[in-house]
Design a protein around this ligand. Structure first.
Ligand SMILES: Cc1cc2nc3c(=O)[nH]c(=O)nc-3n(C[C@H](O)[C@H](O)[C@H](O)COP(=O)(O)OP(=O)(O)OC[C@H]3O[C@@H](n4cnc5c(N)ncnc54)[C@H](O)[C@@H]3O)c2cc1C
Length: 446
């Protein structure tokens, strides 16, 4: 029998910061983290195992992230929660008592009803080290890789699979463009251009109807009648919340996952939940949001961890912010695209600016950076933004997200004080974020 004041189940993007935040806010409480895998993959780094970092071992979250913060680590699977007795039974038969429990059990790949998905050499995107080793090994003698799904995970996989490998890579995407769930059409088209330049075949606007082959995959049949040769198929089409444990103990769940309030508390006052396993609401509409991102998981974890023994933080809803890389270009999005804004009932007003991200433009590492901002005509507040450029996109889109969360107007953004330097930013005169806001002011006043 073991005991900790706080037990966290799950050791990834949500579980770790939940445990660390609890230690920071309540240093006198003992914290134990239970996770089932021996080694934890950095989930967002998984595509890079197949190119840039070249091995699952080079993509691990070190255990020191947990143990170095005074948190006890138990590698075991939580199988049962007894809410009355306030304990957890693990697969190895251990019983762990808790005062407060945090569920951070994450998500698992979606199961699609496509015939043939059970064939050999059909893989899903699993956050599982031995599985990823096997996938990397299988890729060694393959020539025709098909990726189902042109979202950011499918696109990143395609790009990485092409690195250091002489293979044909094809993305099959149901929507008219890759990345279309998140990005404006113009950004999707730019990303597609880079993918094509990298030799990746894009087949969009079609459904993958059947996986062909006897025991092993030999090809895929598409809804337009075409057949594509494949000796490896990677299914990258999304996830569902992992709620088995929560449901088996009678916690309230819905389609999005475990139901939580704005403090991340579940239907049991001693149990909190955060990350991909929880149901989410949109920052803009307070309606259900299907987004599952590491940025959301960590934010929710820092709320859950702080609120365990009294309310200290509140979740305002999901903004949705992330970046992706294709070749040497990066794309970032935060909040609503122009189209999504309209669907949410806003009258969107946009402003756009493009300039080099160094000054003068001849400085090393220069790339052209484009910023598009979306404002709500009625309130004048920013509700979305998209950025394309070099690697500095990742930080700029986070600034856009902060502007959205703080409900800044175009005037606020146009006049905020920004730091610049020739080697690391755009010129203060041509600063894209400010100029995109200025362009929107023109349109807001019309
Ligand atoms: C390939 C890929 C790339 C991604 N890239 C990005 C990106 O660039 N940016 C971004 O914001 N998001 C990205 N995401 C999404 C992001 O990875 C997830 O939102 C994030 O991992 C969610 O974290 P989580 O801790 O809630 O869940 P998970 O990462 O799913 O972790 C859940 C953990 O709980 C453990 N667990 C579950 N059940 C039990 C149990 N019963 N007992 C013990 N342990 C248990 C699991 O083993 C796991 O360790 C990506 C996802 C993938 C798959």
């Amino acid at each position: 029998m073991k005991k900790a004041d706080v037990v966290v189940i799950g050791g990834s993007a949500a579980g770790i910061p939940a445990a660390i935040t609890c230690r920071r806010h309540y240093p006198d409480k003992s914290v134990m983290l239970i996770r089932k895998e021996k080694q934890v993959q950095i989930p967002c780094g998984i595509p890079y195992i197949f190119g840039t970092v070249n091995s699952p071992e080079n993509n691990l979250i070190p255990d020191a992230a947990v143990t170095g913060k005074g948190i006890d680590l138990l590698v075991d699977e939580a199988e049962k929660i007894d809410r009355k007795a306030k304990n957890i039974t693990t697969k190895s038969g251990e019983i762990v008592n808790y005062d407060k429990l945090v569920l951070a059990t994450g998500s698992i790949p979606l199961d699609l009803p496509i015939p043939g998905l059970d064939k050999e050499n059909v893989f899903k995107v699993k956050k599982d080290t031995p599985y990823l080793h096997n996938l990397l090994e299988e890729m060694k003698d393959k020539r025709d890789i098909v990726i189902l799904g042109g979202g950011f995970i499918g696109v990143e996989f395609a790009d990485e699979c092409k690195k250091n490998r002489d293979v044909n890579v094809t993305i099959v995407e149901l929507l008219p463009h890759c990345l279309m769930m998140a990005f404006e059409d113009e950004f999707c088209k730019e990303a597609e251009e880079v993918l094509r330049d990298r030799g990746i075949n894009l087949i969009t606007n079609v459904k993958l109807e059947e996986v062909l082959g006897d025991k092993k995959v030999s090809g895929v049949k598409l809804s337009d009648g075409r057949t594509i040769k494949a000796d490896l198929l990677l299914v990258a089409v999304g996830v569902k919340p992992n709620v088995e444990l929560a449901e088996s103990t009678g916690l309230e769940t819905d389609r999005g996952g475990i139901v939580v309030d704005s403090c991340q508390k579940t239907s049991d006052e001693n149990i909190f939940a955060c990350g991909d396993c929880t149901s989410k609401k949109s920052f803009f509409t307070q309606k259900p949001s299907g987004l599952k991102l590491a940025s959301i998981a960590t934010m929710e974890a820092r709320i859950a961890g702080a609120n365990l023994f009294g309310k200290r933080r509140e979740n305002q809803g999901v903004v949705g912010v992330f970046s992706t890389c294709v070749g040497d270009k990066a794309f970032g999005m935060a909040g609503l695209s122009e189209k999504a804004a309209r669907e949410c009932g806003y009258e969107p007003v946009v402003g756009q600016a493009e300039a080099p991200n160094r000054h003068p433009g001849g400085m090393p590492g220069m790339s052209a950076m484009k910023v598009k901002l979306v404002f709500n005509k009625k309130s004048g507040e920013i509700i979305g933004g998209q950025v394309r450029g070099g690697h500095s996109v990742g930080e700029l889109i986070n600034t856009v997200s902060a502007c959205i969360q703080k409900k800044m107007t175009a005037d606020d953004i146009a006049t905020f004080q920004l730091g610049t330097h020739p080697a690391v930013t755009a010129s203060p005169i041509a600063y894209q974020l400010v100029n995109a806001a200025e362009m929107a002011i023109d349109n807001l006043e019309k």
